[in-house]
Design a protein around this ligand. Structure first.
Ligand code: HEM
Length: 161
């Protein structure tokens, strides 16, 4: 017998929010566009900073670059997650069982763990780095690059699975 989705997802899908997202022809595409803008700003700024930490663009000092890109990545994250939740509410009981969606959330969660480790660890000494990041920061930057780009790939595959 097919496994029933947890009722919390069915209640979200049948809630006023889920119904509004499904029944308003313009709302879903607008929210999806905002979702895309959110993760483009998020992943774009993270990829640029991670590549700098990995050694690209050595003429650009790391700390001022981070001061520009980190707030941007936070804003992009908040937009991507809030709009993503709205998209999810429209069809929660099905999307929650989508392996690409599950993989995306796992990649995002793991990427957030690398953010916490980075900021609790090597980034505390960023002012002392000069123009070359320490090995620990480069390893975390490589992991972050793979995880966030992986989340984008998984996100795109949601529609196909
Ligand atoms: C924060 C990092 C996130 C990234 C990088 C991301 C990335 C993506 C990508 C690349 C797509 C495909 C867009 C398209 O091709 O049209 C997508 C779709 C989607 N995302 Fe996200 N997403 C993120 C967060 C979330 C969250 C937190 C949720 C829900 C809780 C979510 C729910 C969805 C849903 C439901 C779709 C499918 C939309 C559709 O096909 O109609 N996303 N996401």
């Amino acid at each position: 017998m097919e496994q029933q989705p947890a009722s919390v997802f069915l209640s979200l899908q049948e809630s006023a929010l889920g119904l509004t997202m499904r029944n308003s022809p313009a709302l879903y595409p607008v929210v999806e566009i905002l979702h895309i803008i959110g993760f483009v700003v998020l992943v774009g700024s993270i990829v640029a900073l991670d590549l700098r930490i990995l050694g690209l663009g050595r003429a650009i000092p790391i700390q001022p670059m981070a001061q520009l890109l980190l707030p941007l990545s936070r804003a992009g994250f908040l937009l991507a997650v809030s709009m993503g939740f709205l998209l999810f509410s429209a069809d929660a009981s099905h999307v929650v069982r989508n392996p690409a969606f599950q993989a995306k959330l796992l990649l995002i969660a793991t990427a957030l763990v690398t953010v916490v480790i980075a900021h609790a660890g090597p980034w505390r000494q960023v002012a002392l780095w000069g123009n070359k990041a320490p090995g620990s920061a480069r390893a975390l930057a490589l992991a972050s690059l793979v995880l966030w780009l992986g989340a984008v790939c998984a996100g795109r595959l949601i529609a196909y699975l």
